[in-house]
Design a protein around this ligand. Structure first.
Ligand code: SF4
Length: 471
């Protein structure tokens, strides 16, 4: 059992986050002043923050402290703990002691990738990735005026549930009746709130779940509502997440084209049909290709396709082959996710972390996918990490030319406001702290997660948002 005793500080979250990367989910025993990981090496460490701001982590006969510039306390304690655990377990992690979901925020503060390597022990390839991506994110963010608003519209229903899914999404095979009522409630919420929105819109994202799970009539009606209620100017990016190819019909593509949707996502996740079937997705890789080609023929030129590395039932080579197949199709955006585990997924955390791919091959195959994408002219434009991702890796969106999604970057940046509609949506307002130019303080306004409750309380949800935004 690993025990970390905190001394001179109370940064339990920071200590837990580092321990978690090496030894699995730990317990924070705040009353006892320590963090323990039952599955870790049998050792007791003291993680101390001294009065001069330097952190040292020590155990009998060994002590670890960084040299040079002293960082802010939260980062300082992670550095010394990372050094200790990395030495004791002989493990080096791709992102070093960076545990946050947005390494690009840290990359914005440094002058070179080398600085990320030296200060945070980030591996050179990841340091370069974060550095390049952070510059591209800043470029995209400059196209989203601070006073503008991004809109999210959520449809938490899917045609079946994927084994790895952690989202609040209902399988329509059990909840078809709810879907029609939900869509009506969603339109009601939009029509109640939209008249109060006076700010210009930069991006609208219709996500889920799977928005295209709606019937053709309901789908067209929702698009009508969005375009009728909001002032959508030509520069506004409008994305529809048409994630599951089995839900995309010619009629729905036609509705999207008629309304002027600028970006669609068709997400195969893997180009191996056998894997898709085993994961509970009721479509084949061929179906994804057919729908993609149909969308191209209809004139959609900004299509994103998602892949997940580390899926069970397939090996590293099969993931790389999927990337190569998508590159042949040449969509404008390809996003490479790494499988991660959250509470609601059918697959356990241990399954995700123990998969053969998670033990090392995952890292290699993600690197190979990135290499192929760069060779084919794609560049990374946004990135984020999630807890419990296989091998501590990340999710990266790649784009050709200037096609990176404004919404993705604005939403992840936490410095642009987002107004969300639908069950489970999170609206947020971003503020600059006094004396700071960049917005870092975020206030959030959640919408009720349960679809049935949402339908019943939609007026209340609408009022809550109008008041939250002071509209
Ligand atoms: S399509 Fe996405 S939201 Fe729907 S079940 Fe699969 S992973 Fe979950």
């Amino acid at each position: 059992m690993l025990e970390v005793i905190l001394k001179g500080h109370d940064k339990y979250y920071g200590v837990s986050d580092v321990v978690r990367m090496f030894c699995g989910v730990p317990e924070e025993l705040k009353d006892e002043g320590k963090v323990i990981a039952p599955d870790g090496p049998d050792i007791t460490l003291v993680n101390e923050l001294s009065k001069d701001g330097r952190s040292v982590t020590y155990t009998e006969g060994r002590s670890y402290a960084s040299e040079g510039e002293i960082l802010e306390p939260g980062r300082e304690i992670k550095r010394s703990l990372y050094m200790a655990l990395s030495d004791i377990t002989s493990k080096r992690l791709p992102w070093g002691c960076l545990t946050g979901i947005r390494p690009t925020l840290v990359a914005c503060e440094v002058q070179s990738p080398k600085e990320l390597e030296e200060k945070y022990f980030v591996r050179p390839d990841k340091a370069l990735l974060a550095f390049e991506t952070s510059r591209e994110e800043q470029h995209i963010l400059s196209k989203v005026p601070e006073e503008s608003l991004c809109i999210y519209v959520g449809i938490p229903f899917c045609p079946s549930r994927c084994a790895y899914c952690s989202f609040v999404s209902s399988d329509i095979s059990c909840h078809m009746d709810r879907l029609v009522n939900y869509e009506a409630a969603l339109e009601r919420e939009i029509s109640l709130v939209a008249p109060a929105v006076k700010r210009p819109l930069s991006a609208i994202y219709v996500g889920g779940g799977t928005p295209t799970v709606l019937g053709e009539k309901e789908f067209a009606s929702l698009l009508d509502r969005i375009y009728k209620e909001f002032k959508i100017t030509p520069g506004c990016e409008v994305t529809i997440e048409a994630g599951r190819p089995d839900t995309i019909t010619d009629g729905k593509l036609e509705a999207m084209r008629e309304h002027g949707i600028t970006r669609i996502c068709i997400n195969p996740q893997t180009m191996r049909s056998e894997t898709l079937q085993k994961l509970g997705r009721i479509h084949t890789a061929e179906e994804a290709v057919r729908v993609y080609k149909k969308a191209c023929d209809m004139g959609f030129d900004l299509i994103n396709m998602d892949l997940i590395a580390g899926l069970p039932h397939e090996n590293a080579d099969e993931h790389v082959r999927s990337t190569a197949k998508l590159i042949e199709l040449a969509p404008a955006n390809i996003t490479v996710h790494t499988l991660y585990k959250k509470r609601r997924a059918a697959m356990s955390r241990d399954t995700v972390m123990d998969l053969e791919m998670a033990r090392g091959k995952l890292d290699e195959c993600v690197a190979e996918s990135y290499r192929l994408l760069k060779e084919a002219g794609y560049h990374p434009y946004y990135m984020y990490r999630q807890k419990d991702t296989g091998h501590g890796l990340e999710n990266t969106g790649f784009a050709k030319g200037d096609t990176g999604s404004l919404y993705n970057v604005a939403m992840m940046s936490d410095c642009r406001d987002v107004l969300s509609f639908g069950a489970g949506g999170m609206s947020k307002r971003c503020f600059a702290q006094e004396g700071e130019a960049v917005k870092h303080r975020v206030e959030r306004c959640p919408t009720i997660k349960d679809a049935l409750n949402y339908i019943e309380r939609v007026e209340e949800m609408a009022e809550k948002k109008i008041s939250f935004f002071g509209m």
